[in-house]
Design a protein around this ligand. Structure first.
Ligand SMILES: Nc1nc2c(ncn2[C@@H]2O[C@H](COP(=O)(O)OP(=O)(O)O)[C@@H](O)[C@H]2O)c(=O)[nH]1
Ligand SMILES: [Mg+2]
Length: 360
């Protein structure tokens, strides 16, 4: 899974990238801020993983993670920059929106910046659709092919949506239609998190950004979330640990680092849930799309386990914690279930896969 950071130059993308991935890429106060491309891995904090790790004391603890790409800033009318394959390959977009005053760019206007970015995404998609429609028309004039006629029909629908300034993520498509257009990797189809980057002095406005900046309509759109962070102060928070960090957070009026929420927002936006595997070697959270079958969940661990899948031993996180990690107790209480390959794994379940590896 891959998240693409997007937004105007100087909105705080690289600052947020460093926070998300624990990197230390230089942020740009004065340069053009455009010739950049960094990738890193963000760990998704999960108190359940911490608890399981404390119970089972494995050699290694692995959190769910996703890849983050920090790209060049995209200013209004600069959608050429959206053509990079990193944008196209992203599973979701994290739009960093400046909500702090900047001496050059002036007072912030998050609503304007959100509308402008969405417009760029929509126009970029419209160009792709129109180009394809021209070719389809030419081809259909020569010879009518059913597949192409069908594609033309779908693309015409998309054109009217885009012309009405509706992002494609808000257009309802059948799974067949969605499949037919997947290859285009439309930008306005990707789920998006508009993350307002607040001035450190305004951090307590965080929970009220939707009201303060008039973003109700934006927040209500499908596969769209509005969140917030104050990237510079969060960088200071991240440099502290334990009681010192707690004390600093309390001083700021925060319960936990805001970046934790940004990470779980991204996770939710991607439609991901976690299942856990436990062992002496490793306690690990695995991200899977909601609605994943047990055999496909096994495949994220190892393709051999999926191929030789027999059964999954499944229990809930809560049940396991309630008996302090004793599988004997779980079994005695009938809370350890055996499930087949089509079982739909739910968030927070612990899975142990039984499999055999066929020879030959
Ligand atoms: N006051 C304030 N300044 C910020 C914040 N986040 C980023 N900046 C500043 O904005 C400038 C540009 O940040 P950078 O992360 O390089 O932006 P990018 O061009 O979007 O990658 C830097 O000087 C940052 O210190 C913030 O939350 N508050
Ligand atoms: Mg940058």
């Amino acid at each position: 899974m891959k998240i693409g950071l997007i937004g105007l130059p100087k909105s705080g993308k690289t600052t947020l990238f460093n926070l998300l991935t624990g990197s230390t890429v230089a942020t740009a106060r004065y340069d053009a801020g455009r010739a950049e491309l960094h990738t890193g891995v963000a760990r998704v904090p999960d108190p359940r993983v911490d608890r399981l790790s404390a119970l089972f004391k494995p050699k290694k603890t692995t959190y769910a993670s996703f890849e983050v790409v920090d790209l060049a800033g995209i200013a209004k009318g600069e959608r050429g920059g959206l053509e990079t394959k990193e944008f196209r390959n992203a599973d979701a977009l994290l739009h960093v929106v400046r909500a702090f005053a900047d001496e050059v760019a002036g007072p912030p206007d998050p609503r304007r910046d959100i509308v402008d970015l969405e417009t760029e995404l929509i126009l970029a998609d419209l160009e792709v659709v129109e180009r394809r429609l021209e070719r389809l028309e030419a081809s259909l004039r020569k010879q009518r092919k059913e597949v192409e006629a069908k594609e033309q029909e779908i693309l015409r629908r998309l054109t009217s949506a885009l012309e009405a300034e509706t992002p494609l993520r808000a257009v309802e498509l059948s799974s067949e239609e969605a499949k037919a257009i997947r290859g285009f990797t439309f930008l306005s189809e990707k789920p998006i998190l508009h993350c307002l980057n607040l001035d450190e002095k305004a951090i307590l406005d965080g929970p009220a950004v939707v009201e303060k900046y008039g973003l109700h309509e934006v927040a209500a759109r499908p596969r769209t979330r509005v969140g917030w962070v104050s990237a510079v102060i969060e960088t200071e928070v991240a440099q502290l640990a334990g009681p010192e960090q707690q004390a600093f957070l309390a001083e700021l009026g925060l319960k936990e680092p805001a970046i934790h929420r940004v990470l779980s927002d991204c996770y939710t936006l991607l439609g991901l849930i976690s299942f856990f595997t436990l062992g002496e070697d490793e306690v690990r959270a695995w991200p899977i799309p909601e609605g994943t079958r047990a055999q496909d969940a096994a495949d994220t661990v190892h393709s051999d386990i999926a191929r030789g899948f027999i059964r999954a031993e499944v229990n809930s996180y809560d049940d396991l914690v309630a008996v302090n990690g004793s599988f004997a107790d779980l079994r005695a209480k009938g809370q350890l279930r055996l499930e087949g390959k089509d079982y739909i794994v739910r968030d927070g379940e612990v899975c142990h896969f039984r499999f055999n590896v066929a020879k030959g």
